[in-house]
Design a protein around this ligand. Structure first.
Ligand code: COA
Length: 191
């Protein structure tokens, strides 16, 4: 099966999502390693050159739909949608790459304005309307309330509360949440 093309740029609420350029990543790197951004991330400090190289490589990777969020000319957030096979999918006679994993980050200067919700909603539309995925999941530390609020606001369902399933560098073993949403649930969300 050929991989469907994604239409970029695309508007989602107040932001425009588009593939990253090197200049966009310069803007992201002004806030990406701040302690208030990294506190609840699995990959905390990033090396600027490696970060830039991997984000630019994503532009040509059909399984890695990474985008920056542009708000009136400022790069205020990032979003990722990584496509993979669902469990058992590689054995069966079905299309490949039916599931997506969603992630998002927002510049703290723009927090609390719905930017992450717009990134998540925009990438779920990419996942289901453009790529035809079956299911998308996202995870976070349970204490990261703003993150799981975003998942709930876009209609994702809490599927797992993992008791001490996640390692946090300062706090040790802490709880994590996993959320999921199916294509049919995304299509029917306003009914
Ligand atoms: C988590 C993050 C993505 C949220 O981005 P954002 O643009 O501020 O999110 P939104 O404005 O779309 O929505 C945040 C929601 O959480 C709520 N919220 C934020 N902090 C909260 C808190 N401490 N307690 C309760 N609710 C909180 C907001 O009120 C809002 O919900 P509402 O619209 O129902 O009021 C952003 O803060 C961030 O990038 N943090 C650092 C990186 C990170 O943790 N990324 C996620 C990794 S899983």
């Amino acid at each position: 099966m050929t991989t469907p093309e994604v239409t970029w740029p695309r508007r989602s609420g107040p932001i425009v999502l588009r593939p990253p350029t090197s200049a966009d990543l310069d803007q992201v790197l002004t806030w990406r390693n701040r302690p208030d951004v990294t506190r609840w991330l699995l990959r905390t400090q990033v090396d600027p050159e490696r970060f830039r190289a991997s984000w630019l490589a994503s532009v040509d990777d059909p399984t890695d739909h990474a985008a920056v969020a542009d708000l009136d000319g400022a790069v205020v957030g990032t979003g990722t949608l990584s496509v993979s096979d669902a469990m058992g999918q590689s054995q069966g006679d079905v299309w490949r790459g039916a599931q997506g994993a969603l992630g998002y980050l927002v510049d703290p200067a723009y927090a609390g304005r719905g930017v992450a919700t717009a990134i998540a909603g925009g990438l779920l539309e990419v996942a289901f309307a453009e790529l035809g995925l079956h299911r998308v999941t996202a995870g976070c530390f349970a204490a990261n309330t703003a993150s799981w609020r975003v998942m709930e606001k876009v209609g994702m369902r809490r599927e797992e509360h993992g008791v001490q399933d996640s390692w946090h560098d300062e706090l040790g073993w802490v709880d994590g949440y996993t959320y999921g949403i199916l294509a049919a649930e995304w299509r029917d969300r306003d009914r």
